[in-house]
Design a protein around this ligand. Structure first.
Ligand code: FEO
Length: 173
């Protein structure tokens, strides 16, 4: 049986993951509209991954005999001046998500919920990767500046990203 405080925090995290998905879908649509099909592809996959994160958490709540309660998803931005601004927003957002995951883990520690702490380890590691990736793209875009060919090549690189089912879901399939 899931502790009430942990269940509440997990439901808040499920909403945060869906909000992240919606943000990245908005970015994907924006860059598709601006002719950056590679960047649009990258954010489209990010959108899928965030839905996967929510699904992992929902599966977990159900497995622990808890109740998933879906709340409304708040509005997201719809315009970014350039790829650099979008990746800066991505990094800032992922840093916020890291803080939320850490806080969720702290609640699980306080409530002596060892199973939830164990499940959250995957998310804690995932956040390191999420922040590192966004930081890497910010560095690259800083170097590219306004160079059109550089932006063209950057877009081409991001077009190569393919979707992989995250391991906690692959293990369940
Ligand atoms: Fe669900 Fe991008 O963290």
């Amino acid at each position: 049986m899931l502790n009430t405080e942990v269940e509440k925090a997990l439901n808040a995290q499920i909403n945060a993951e869906f909000w992240s998905a919606y943000l990245y879908l908005s970015m994907s649509m924006h860059f598709a509209n601006k002719g950056f099909s590679g960047i649009a592809n990258w954010f489209q996959i990010q959108f899928k991954e965030e839905q996967d994160h929510a699904t992992i958490l929902m599966n977990y709540v159900n497995a622990r005999d808890g109740k998933v309660t879906l709340a409304p998803i708040a509005e997201v931005d719809t315009e970014w001046c350039c790829p650099l601004e979008a990746f800066k927003a991505t990094l800032a957002h992922e840093q916020k998500v890291t803080a939320l995951i850490n806080n969720l883990n702290a609640i699980a520690v306080e409530e002596k919920d060892y199973a939830t702490q164990n499940m959250l380890q995957w998310f804690i590691n995932e956040q390191v990767e999420e922040e590192e990736t966004a930081r890497g793209y910010i560095d690259a875009l800083d170097k590219i500046g306004d160079n059109g060919y550089g932006l063209y090549m950057f877009d081409k690189e991001l077009a190569a990203r393919t979707y992989n089912t995250p391991s906690p879901l692959a293990a369940k399939a």
